[in-house]
Each structure stands twice: as C-alpha cells, then as structure tokens.
Write a protein that binds this ligand. Structure first.
Ligand SMILES: Nc1ncnc2c1ncn2[C@@H]1O[C@H](COP(=O)(O)OP(=O)(O)OP(=O)(O)O)[C@@H](O)[C@H]1O
Ligand SMILES: [Mg+2]
Length: 500
C-alpha cells in the first residue's frame, strides 16, 4: 500500500528517472549543442535500431532530462568521401570493395520536445552538455508521451513508430481550430473519421460534418441529413437567386431587379413556401411578385421595359430543380448537435452554389448563437476546403470565406472548433491565407510538390526534411501547433479498424 502511494506521488521527473533504467543507451550528444537541438552520435551497431522520429531522452550533464525526437539521420565514412581523390576512393575503384569502417559514424539531429521538470514539461533553456548520454524509448513499455501530457488533455491515435503509444491532445486549444492538409489519397478524410471525430466527441464536442460529395462520411455515420431538407435563411435565398440569374444581366448589384427581389423575399418568402405546391408554382409566383414591384416603381417606362425583359431572361436561367433546393423545411438550428453526437450533412446532388448558399445559412445561424454568448461545444468539419475558401475566392465563395474567418475569430470564445480539410496548403492549390492563419493546429500528410515551400516553412526549423513529405504513407501526418504539447512536430498515425 505504501509502495503504491509512493508511485502515485512521485513527480514526473522522478518517474522518468526510474524509467531511464529500463531504456537502452544508444549514444551520446556530440558538438555543437544548443537549447533546442543537439547532434547524437550513435554507438556502433545502434544505427540498425534507431529510426528517424524515434523519441529519446537526454540525460543532460548540465542538469535535467530532455525529451527529443531523432531527425536528419546521416551516415559518414571519411574513406568514402566523394568529390575528390583519396586512398579510400582509389581502393574502391581498384577492388570494388568497401574500405575499412574505422572512419564510419552515424548521427541524428535531436529536436527537443522539452525538459521534464517536477510535474510539467517546459521549454528547455539549459545548454545540453556535449557528451550527455541518450536513451531510446522504442522497444520499452514506457510511453514517452505520458511525460508531456498537459493537465487537460484527451488521448487519440498513436505515434507513427509505436502503435501502443497514444498521443495527448491539449483540450484547451481545440477551439483554436484545425487544418488537415495532404495530397489526394493521403488519408485526410480517414484522419477525420477515425481520429478527429472520435477525439472531438470524447473532448465534449458535438460534431457536424459537411460532406461535399456525400461519399466520405454520409455512408459511415448513423445520423445523416440531406442538404435539400434544410430551410434557407433569407439572405442566402436572395444571394442564391441573384447568383443563378447572373444579377439579371446587370453589371452590378444592387439594381432595380435585385432590389425588387430582395423586397419580395423579405416580405413574402415564408408565405410563398407554405402556399406553393412545387417549384414551378413557386417560380411563377415569385416572378409575378417581382413584376408587380417593377410596375409600381417610379422608373421611366423605357427602364421598366428593360427590367421586364431582364426579369424574363434571368428566370429562364433558374430551373425548377434549382428552386426545389430552396424549399427545405428542416430548421438549421436542428443541425447544431449536442456534445457527443455526430451529424453528417450529405451535400451531394445539388450544385456548388446551392452548397455554398447552404453554408452561408449555417454560418449565419452559428454566428447569431455566438452573438447571444452561447457556448456551443461544436466542431464543424469542412472537408474539401478549397471549394469554400480557395486561394482566390470568387462569387459566393468570397462571402463564404469571410464567414469562415468570422466563425474562426469568434469560435475561440464560444467553444466552436472549425476543422478545414484541404489537398493543398498555399497558393493556387491551397486555401485562403486569411483563413489559414486561423488554423492553429495542423496535420500535414503527404503533400503535393507545389506545397514543398509552404510545408518546409513549418517543418524545416525542426529538422524535418520537406522532401520526406512527398513520400509519407497514407494515414501518416505531422502533428503541428497548439494542440500538440510538444513544440516540435510529431509524426502520428491512427488505426482504421473497428469503425468510429
Ligand atoms: N491510418 C491509415 N492506415 C492505413 N491506410 C490508410 C490510413 N488512412 C488512410 N489510409 C488509406 O488511404 C486511402 C485514402 O484515404 P482518404 O480517402 O482519407 O484520402 P484523402 O486524403 O481524403 O483523399 P482526397 O483528397 O482524394 O479526398 C484510404 O482509402 C485508405 O486505404
Ligand atoms: Mg478526402
């Protein structure tokens, strides 16, 4: 009993010192060290065991235990240096064999996670003494991530090199928003399905998923709503019709027809929806009401004539199916799910503009709830991010991009977490820069070559080679940013068996 209490009351640092006895020594730190990284010289033979992304602990001779990640592995042999003549090279050329390995050595750069001190993990500020011993965790029973768990965290997924070691995610930073980036087939939607959604549920969030094509989520979850069943708000009805009729052929908005449309929708939309049997009738009644507005206006006759012609032409561009999309009856407030529930909006079967206009309705509603100071405990998962807020938004996308920025900005104070998933990070294949700045946690999987520069800005400072990102296997992601208790990114993965 007393022994058990001892274990529980021991500080993290003491526990790590005990664990150290069970870990295998792999090498010592070389020169030149700093407070954020140090080279590791491997003991002979260890190069076959130690891998990139392995987690190690440095017993700093200057004091303290530092957790670190192995990066940038290199092997050198002085006898085999190329780019000039040497006896070693001559030996290879004449015999076809490798010369002595006496001058061979293997190194890693250790990128520091932090110093384990008492009961916390903090940024290391002591220079690591060259010659400090380094021990590796892999192969032992001890999860190194236990030593860096924040007080308020939720575990999920695992370290890519060790399936038994779940990752601690810092709950406080969930409403600081999440970006998931990776080329097609890198496993983004799977990451959302198998890691993020269960994690967010466990963290006390309700999850609303927007399934753009209806194939990535809708078939796999119990609660699914079709986009056409949701009632639109007036603003989105107006902008949808304006978009469909191409501003009725006028160069800009507002014009006589968009103003008349706005009045009619504001005054009569609810009654129209109740009164009309189908989209054809709705279309006729709508056109009729707008005509009356023009008729009653003070415009000169010749302008009225043009307006009638343009009204006719504009309405020819709207099909009954287009209007059917506006006739849903489910109130958008029913989509704001309670903590622990997951609801998927199946958006397939309607055009891009309908999808975006639905998004505006949803965003408006969420924003109005936040204005009322509600705590939402809601995660909004937006897959296919560039459809909503691309690099250069056009048409409805501009409004959507602004709304996403607003959701992010207000979300922090009202427990709303926006998760944006995109094939590209920056530039033409990426998402809008202003939105991207709001995504304080990122998962970066295998990337498109066009994104090398952007990914490298985030990952190179930690010794991660950006070229390596071109070859990451599906389902492997670098976990970067606020929710990660480690300042250096961690390579993580997740299981895909057993469903959500
Ligand atoms: N953790 C994992 N382990 C093993 N395989 C995985 C894992 N995650 C994803 N995959 C594989 O990768 C494939 C592609 O995944 P997914 O559909 O999530 O890609 P995506 O990045 O969303 O692609 P797209 O951009 O085209 O939507 C999956 O069908 C699955 O076979
Ligand atoms: Mg996908």
């Amino acid at each position: 009993m007393i022994g058990l209490m001892n274990v529980e009351t021991k500080s993290r640092e003491d526990r790590l010192r005990t664990v150290l006895n069970n870990l295998s020594l792999i090498g010592i730190t070389g020169s030149t060290t700093s407070t954020t990284e140090a080279p590791l010289i491997l003991i002979e033979g260890k190069e076959k065991e130690v891998r990139e992304e392995d987690i190690v602990v440095i017993e700093n001779k200057n004091g303290g235990l530092i957790l670190a990640v192995c990066r940038k592995g290199t092997g050198i042999n002085e006898n085999l240096k190329v780019g000039g003549y040497s006896p070693g090279i001559a030996y290879v050329r004449s015999t076809g064999k490798a010369p002595s390995t006496a001058k061979e050595a293997y190194h890693f750069i250790l990128s520091f996670i932090g110093m384990v001190e008492d009961d916390s993990l903090r940024a290391n500020d002591v220079i690591v003494a060259p010659g400090s011993p380094v021990y590796v965790f892999r192969g032992s029973k001890n999860n190194p991530l236990e030593f860096m768990r924040p007080d308020d965290c939720v575990f999920g997924g695992f370290l890519a090199r060790e399936k038994n070691w779940p990752i601690p995610f810092d709950k406080r930073f969930i409403p600081y928003h999440i970006g998931v980036f990776g080329a097609t087939g890198s496993g983004k939607s799977f990451l959302a399905r198998y890691l993020l959604i269960p994690l967010l549920k466990r963290a006390g969030y309700g999850v609303l998923v927007l399934d753009w094509a209806g194939v990535d989520y809708a078939p796999y979850f119990e609660e699914v709503v079709s986009i056409s069943d949701v009632k639109r708000d007036l603003d989105s009805v107006i902008s949808y019709i304006i978009e469909k009729t191409r501003r009725f052929g006028y160069r800009q908005e507002p014009n006589i027809l968009t103003e008349a449309l706005e009045e009619v929708i504001t005054e009569s939309w609810s009654q129209l929806l109740d009164a009309c049997d189908g989209p054809e009738e709705l279309k006729d009644r709508l056109k009729e009401l707008i005509s009356r507005k023009i008729e009653g206006s003070e415009l000169l006759d010749r302008y009225k004539r043009t307006a009638f012609i343009r009204l006719e032409r504009g309405f020819q561009k709207i099909s009954p199916d287009d209007l059917r999309e506006l006739m849903g009856k489910k109130d958008v407030k029913e989509l704001i799910v309670q903590p622990g529930r997951v609801l998927v909006v199946d958006m397939h079967g309607v055009g891009d503009e309908e999808k975006l206009s639905f998004f505006l309705t949803l965003a408006e509603h969420i924003i109005s709830r936040m204005h009322k100071k509600e705590e939402l405990n809601l995660a909004l998962i937006i897959d296919e991010g560039p459809q909503y807020c691309p690099f250069e938004p056009r048409g409805l996308q501009s409004k959507v991009t602004d709304k996403i920025k607003d959701l992010c900005a207000m979300g922090r104070k009202h427990k709303l977490c926006v998760v944006l998933i995109s094939q590209g990070i920056a530039g033409e294949i990426g998402i809008n820069a202003a939105v991207r700045r709001n995504l304080n946690t990122q998962f970066i999987g295998q990337i498109h070559p066009l994104d090398i520069e952007e990914a490298s800005k985030r990952l190179s400072p930690y010794g991660i080679k950006p070229e390596g990102l071109l070859y990451l296997e599906p389902g492997k992601f670098y976990f970067v940013g606020k929710m990660n208790p480690s300042p250096t990114p961690l390579l993580i993965s997740f299981g895909i068996k057993g469903g959500e």
